[in-house]
Structures are given as C-alpha cells and as structure tokens.
Write a protein that binds this ligand. Structure first.
Ligand code: DP6
Length: 342
C-alpha cells in the first residue's frame, strides 16, 4: 500500500476571447478557441494525499474544514480522467485545499481548483513512472480541461490559449498551450476584480454552456469567436490598446448576451455591474485612459488597465468603483506566470 503526497498552487485566469459552448461530441470539447490572462494572486493551493487501495474514497478539506459538498465534483473528475490514468479510481484521497481569495467571493474557483488537482495527479502519475517530464504540462492541461474547460488554460502564464485554431500553432481542443507572443504592455497587465455580488450564481457555467445547444445565435457566435481570435493575436503583439479595449469589452457583452438569448434566458449581471461599466466608460470619455472591463460568468467586473497606470487606476477604484462593490470589496491582481509546485 503506497502513499503519495504532493502539492501545487495554481492560479485563476480571465478570458479575453471567451469559451462559451461545448461541441456535442467528446467530453469538454470547446465550440470555439479562447485565450486568457493567467492571474497571479487569485490561486488555489491543493495538497493531495493518495493512499492506494481497491476502493475510491474521497475526503475534501477546504481551508482546513471538511467540505463534503465538493466530493461529487471530484469523483466525477476522477472518473473522467480514469481513461487517461486508470489508477486514479483505486485510492483513498485527502484533498486539502485553500483559496487565496475569499470563499463565496463569486470568483470562480473551478479553474484554479481543477488545475491544481490535475497537476497533483500528474505528479503521482510521474512518480509511478506513467508520465514523462516532457509530457507533464500538456497532460496536466488535458486533465484540468476534463475537470473544467477554463482550467486547461491556468497551467501556463502569462497567457493560455485553448481550442483548435489555424492561426495558433500547436493549438488543440484537448489542451491549452502557453501564449507568449505578446507586447510588453500585456506581460504585467493589471486586473482588479470588483466583487459586485458574492452569493451563489443562479445558473452555473456548466448549465450555461449547455443552453447554447438551442441558442439561435450560437453558430454565428462560434464563427465570431474564431475571427476575434485572429484579431486578438495581432492586438496582443502590437500592444494596440484601443483595439484591445474594443475587442475585450465586446467579448464580455457578447458572452452575457448569449445568456440573455438562451432558453430559458437568464441574467448574471447585477445593477452595480452596469454602474461600474458606465463609470469606466465615462472615465475613458473624460480622460482618454486606456482602461476597460471584462466579465466572466457572474456579476463581478474585471477592471483591466496597464501597470504604468496603476496609481491612477487604484485611486479611481477607491473613489468611483468601490461604492458599487459588496462591502466595498475588490481584489488587485495582475498577469502571472502560471502554476507552481510547492
Ligand atoms: C465565462 O470552464 O467554468 O469563464 O467547462 O463547464 O467547467 P466548464 O465551464 P467553465 O466555463 C468558463 C466560462 C467563462 C469563459 C472562459 O473562461 O473562457
């Protein structure tokens, strides 16, 4: 009976061109390609202990406390990845996990959580002689994807790209790849997450993806995303911030318009989400700053700005935006370099 212990810290990420919709064939295959900034501060740390045994047994600790609510998701994950590593179904797991951001902050923890767990499993596979070092990260990204699509991109910094696209060499629907062909303005771009609503989302991402099946705009959207990936590629290289702003904000609003045009329809933005967007637009109009927003599948706003503007942007957050956040809460983050072994 062998015991394996390993620990990884893996970050969250924020997509610029969004993954929203899965192909009907395969497991967790995206309908379009996506690209994200990997974050630095918002991360999950997971320590995994696996004792080999015939049965599958899972204990999850969140911030040191038993969290049985997470067990079904992890069990489903282990079943999905057992196609890659059959050993994962025979063991007693203790998943000891903690987030750098407050629990129930409304920040999706699936990208950081699933990527951290995937990396831990890969460590064990490597120790068992089932995984070579040169395949390590790609395999971790495959496993992370099977846990949560966006998690595939968290393995790498400063950016991760996922989903086959003719203009992104080496891209694949099965795993993300690191994306580094970017202008220096983006290598340390800032993202302050404005916590508008800390409660549970009314519709999960997984359910939201599924609703695209019957959305009449879905086909046009998938084609648009593939086009936007081409535009994004040259924007990232040139550092053209006006074009960046236009594309990133359009992607965010398109994502939410897909939610509003699904059946059943739903809205994840809150009144204060719109207040923040209007404030950013007014500020841009007035002072010609190169600041913008994006959204993930929730009410929180990701406020994006160049590192060089940090002092002014932070003053603007305190003065104008914090009033729209629940309990005035926000988290300063920036582009980071991906997951690390502890
Ligand atoms: C809006 O990766 O959370 O954040 O694959 O079902 O786990 P599942 O969904 P998830 O969806 C993320 C959607 C998004 C956009 C993005 O990150 O690309």
């Amino acid at each position: 009976m062998t015991t394996y212990t390993t620990a990884w810290k893996s970050p969250s990420n924020i997509a610029l061109v969004k993954y929203w919709g899965k192909k009907p064939e395969g497991i967790q295959i995206p309908s379009n390609s996506s690209i994200s900034f990997t974050l630095k501060n918002c991360a999950t740390t997971t320590k995994l202990t696996l004792v080999e045994q015939a049965d599958l047994e899972i204990t999850v600790l969140l911030e040191g406390n038993q969290e049985p609510g997470f067990v079904p998701k992890i069990e489903q994950f282990l079943h999905r990845i057992s196609g890659v590593f059959p050993f994962v179904l025979n063991g007693k797991y203790t998943v000891d996990t903690s987030n750098s951001f407050p629990h129930s902050s409304g920040i999706a923890s699936s990208a950081s959580g699933m990527s951290a767990l995937a990396l831990c499993i890969c460590d064990i596979a490597k120790e068992k002689g089932l995984l070579a070092e040169e395949d390590f990260k790609q395999t971790a990204s495959i496993l992370a994807r099977l846990g949560s699509g966006s998690a595939s991109r968290s393995i790498y910094g400063p950016m991760g790209q996922w989903g086959e696209h003719p203009d992104y060499r080496g891209s694949s629907d099965e795993f993300a790849i690191p994306y580094t062909d970017i202008h220096s303005v983006f290598t340390d771009f800032c993202d302050t997450i404005l916590l508008v609503h800390r409660g549970q989302k009314t519709v999960s991402s997984t359910v939201g993806h599924g609703l695209l099946k019957d959305n009449p705009y879905a086909t046009a959207r998938f084609a648009q995303a593939q086009e936007n990936m081409i535009a994004m590629k040259s924007i990232l290289k040139s550092g053209d911030l006006d074009a960046f702003i236009a594309l990133v904000e359009s992607e965010a609003l398109t994502l939410h318009s897909l939610m509003m045009s699904s059946s059943p329809y739903f809205i994840l933005m809150k009144p204060n989400t719109l207040k923040i967007i209007e404030s950013i637009w007014a500020k841009r109009e007035k002072d010609a700053v190169k600041w913008c927003f994006t959204l993930d599948a929730g009410a929180n706003v990701h406020f994006l700005y160049p590192q060089a503007d940090q002092a002014a942007a932070k003053a603007f957050i305190e003065k104008e935006l914090a009033q729209y956040c629940e309990n005035g809460a926000f988290i300063h983050d920036e582009v980071g370099m991906g997951a690390e072994r502890l």
